[in-house]
Design a protein around this ligand. Structure first.
Ligand code: FES
Ligand SMILES: [Fe+2]
Length: 333
């Protein structure tokens, strides 16, 4: 699976309104804007005239206007106006437009001229009605490190001590790890409530939880109660921007219940902000340390509790479905 031939999320749908948005994906700086029909458009963020950033311009009539001399470009990259001249719209694009679409609350782009054949990777569906909100962030780390961090339970006792779990209050649980058509999944069972604050506030008794990674970059966790009702789902789409920067779009979903969505959102948002800041800090320390040891970098040493990390690494390196028999582990989490 060539990462450049996939859909990558680059913005939240509701963030892209009537002004241009700058973004960068896999080292390609882009400008996003909405055409007159409301559909998102993506062009290189560089005016072909004198290379001004188009994202600093304006959207006029569904076209992007350069901030420097006002040249205008349509969604397909054609120049439609050169102010001060009588030039009409040109027939050939001056900019290579990129495939773009909207799905699951996100704006997506593809990085090759062809539209990606596989649709944008979707969050797991539920029968419950959901209350959702978004948190976005940018972290200096690799996709591999962020995805593993997000799905790894064994750092939570230390990085998020007291917020998610305590090292002194571990419980024995069983985990099954199995391959998915486009990723890998761990299902944890027999886990009681976690010892941390988030669980005490927001969970009914826990039945099972899942952590899964799906190509090209969705990390997702899900907690369900004994009656298989959803407690919490966090879907984190991870987009490499370039320069080791990673963009995170996390959708937090809870089953609709008696607690008003706005109340849940304001409390959960604050808790997740803390947890994300803690993760960002350790991930950026890890990246900085990898750079310090760049000359003598060795492969990371996997432990028996690294249930998903090695599979995520192989998926990202090979871009192919993994083939292995479902495995079972007993762990102290
Ligand atoms: S640089 Fe864009 S119009 Fe001149
Ligand atoms: Fe974490």
């Amino acid at each position: 699976m060539n990462p450049l031939a996939q859909w990558w999320p680059v913005a939240l749908s509701h963030e892209l309104r009537n002004t241009p948005l700058a973004c960068q994906v896999h080292d390609t700086p882009l400008v996003l804007f909405r055409a007159n029909d409301g559909r998102p458009a993506a062009l290189p963020d560089r005016c072909p005239h004198r290379f001004a950033p188009l994202s600093a311009g304006k959207v006029r009539d569904g076209q992007i206007e350069c901030p420097y001399h006002g040249w205008r470009f349509a969604a397909d990259g054609r120049c439609t106006r050169v102010p001060g001249t009588e030039l009409g719209p040109c027939s050939k694009p001056l900019l290579d437009s990129l495939p773009s679409c909207e799905a699951h609350g996100l704006v997506w782009v593809g990085l090759s001229a062809e539209r990606p054949s596989v649709p944008p990777v979707a969050p797991a569906e539920h029968r419950e009605k959901l209350d959702t909100f978004w948190i976005t962030d940018q972290v200096q780390c690799s996709l591999q490190d962020a995805a593993e961090n997000f799905l790894d339970g064994f750092h939570t006792h230390f990085v998020h001590a007291g917020w998610i779990r305590h090292d002194k209050q571990r419980q024995k649980i069983s985990a099954r790890v199995r391959p998915l058509a486009d990723g890998v999944e761990a299902v944890y069972s027999e886990e009681g409530k976690q010892s941390g604050l988030i669980s005490r506030l927001f969970e009914r008794e826990r039945g099972a939880s899942m952590g899964r990674f799906r190509l090209p970059g969705l990390a997702e966790i899900e907690y369900r109660d004994h009656r298989d009702r959803l407690n919490l789902q966090v879907s984190a789409w991870l987009t490499p921007c370039g320069d080791s920067q990673l963009r995170l779009f996390a959708r937090i979903a809870t089953a609709r219940g008696w607690l008003p969505a706005a109340v849940k959102r304001s409390v959960l948002r604050q808790l997740f902000r803390v947890v994300l800041r803690q993760d960002r800090q350790i991930l950026e320390q890890v990246s900085a340390n990898q750079r310090r040891f760049q000359a003598s970098l060795v492969a990371p040493l996997d432990g028996p509790q690294d249930l998903l990390g090695p599979s995520i690494r192989r998926l990202l390196e090979q871009g192919q479905p993994l083939v292995f028999e479902e495995r079972q582990f007993d762990i102290w989490l």
